[in-house]
Design a protein around this ligand. Structure first.
Ligand SMILES: NC(=O)c1ccc[n+]([C@@H]2O[C@H](COP(=O)([O-])OP(=O)(O)OC[C@H]3O[C@@H](n4cnc5c(N)ncnc54)[C@H](O)[C@@H]3O)[C@@H](O)[C@H]2O)c1
Length: 367
């Protein structure tokens, strides 16, 4: 081959490579290169970024969907195997991921969320929770959509706390404590603010900077009065609801700080309240026993045989569906453990998929 022909071939290859790369980078609809995908609409996969997901949903929508899924759970209309955890800490990073499949019978929505916690991000100002949601057509198996999963997780986690509170807290609740001034804390506060008026929220975090930034930012968004609370004990003692959303790996909330009538919403991935509280609470409610028995607040207690299924009053879905009693008196101390239902993510993801199609958002790709 002459030097000239070699240059031409190299040029053609480079141009072709750049075209394909541009298509991927621009998120273009990849037709020409993959003819098979022109066969039918159902062969395309919708790709949605975080900002596109955000355009398709409001906190109010999420609250409604979360309550609906709890009710469907209580009525037996959800298929959801317990999440599987992948520990990646042998990489030298404190990273983990959960696989969370779910199928909602009534809305015929199926898929999986692949989500995890990545402590390294936090050191550089990034988000701890990262992941994606994949939706599957129940008839053909086609991958309908792949979308950002972190925003949906954050929104539905906040909404789960507020819905749990609606069913399990005292009706006259005025004071809440949010321990963990991070992403989940922000979304919990947003949702409480939608559900309750005249709230005072004590903001607790080991990081003074996180507390201050949280209060600065959130006071512009919510009507609740926010109180900077360096001491968890004082805040917890005064509160009707205590929301635990920290990344702490060891219990730090004491049992005797929790007043009669209080509801503790334990939502972190590890235990945050000392054993005595779970052992003395009037009721323990979980979102899913299959999951709560091996993840979050109760995991260690179950492993140590201090708590078993017979100690659990019921799953929250049964209370929301009206099949089981929630709070019986204003003095009960209730522990509610919400480790997160994949069914919430799939329900919200499915709603977003339909909205995005209506709004012409996102781009299609061949997988
Ligand atoms: N239950 C669910 O459905 C669900 C969903 C998403 C995340 N999570 C879990 O919620 C927790 C918080 O996640 P995030 O995304 O808000 O993380 P984040 O990093 O945004 O915020 C965590 C906050 O906790 C604070 N913190 C850590 N240890 C503390 C301690 N001992 N006392 C007080 N504050 C402490 C940190 O300073 C930080 O501000 C994690 O454990 C995460 O895995 C649960």
């Amino acid at each position: 081959m002459t030097a000239g022909r070699q240059m031409t071939s190299l040029y053609c290859l480079t141009v072709r490579f750049m075209r394909v790369r541009m298509m991927f980078r621009c998120g273009a609809v990849i037709y020409g290169e993959f003819q098979d995908y022109e066969k039918g609409d159902n062969m395309k996969t919708l790709i949605l970024s975080r900002s596109e997901v955000q355009k398709c949903i409001t906190a109010k929508d999420v609250l409604e969907k979360v309550e609906y899924v709890f009710r469907e759970w209580g009525e037996g209309n959800i298929v959801q195997p317990a999440k599987i955890n992948l520990d990646m800490s042998r990489s030298g990073y404190s990273s983990w991921c959960n696989a969370m499949p779910a199928y909602l019978v009534s809305s015929n929505a199926a898929g999986i969320k692949w989500i995890g916690g990545f402590g390294e991000n936090v050191k550089t100002g990034g988000a701890y929770i990262q992941g994606a949601i994949i939706l599957t057509d129940t008839k053909t198996g086609q991958t309908l959509a792949v979308m950002d999963g972190s925003l949906i997780t954050n929104l539905r986690t906040g909404a789960s706390a507020a819905v749990a509170s609606k069913y399990m807290a005292r009706k006259d609740l005025r004071k809440i404590t949010i321990i963990g001034a991070g992403e989940q804390g922000r979304n919990c506060l947003r949702c409480f603010d939608l559900v309750y008026k005249n709230l005072t929220a004590f903001v607790v975090d080991i990081s003074e900077e996180h507390r201050k930034t949280f209060i600065d930012e959130m006071s512009k968004e919510v009507s609740a009065v926010l109180v900077d609370s360096p001491k968890a004990e004082n805040a917890v003692r005064e509160s009707d609801v205590i929301v635990l959303v920290t990344t702490a790996k060891k219990p730090f909330v004491k049992e005797d700080w929790i007043s009669p009538g209080a509801l503790v919403l334990a939502m972190g991935s590890f235990q945050q309240v000392e054993d005595n509280f779970a052992l003395s609470a009037d009721k323990i409610i979980v979102d899913s026993w299959a999951q709560a028995s091996h993840r979050g607040e109760l995991k260690q207690l179950v492993e140590d045989s201090k708590i078993s299924e017979s100690d659990i009053s019921t799953e929250l879905g049964n209370v929301v569906a009206g099949n089981k009693e929630g709070r019986k008196s204003d003095t009960e101390r209730i522990l509610t453990v919400l480790v997160g239902l994949g069914a919430h993510d799939i329900c919200i993801g499915h709603h977003i998929y339909r909205k995005a199609k209506e709004m012409n958002l996102g781009c299609y790709a061949a997988l």
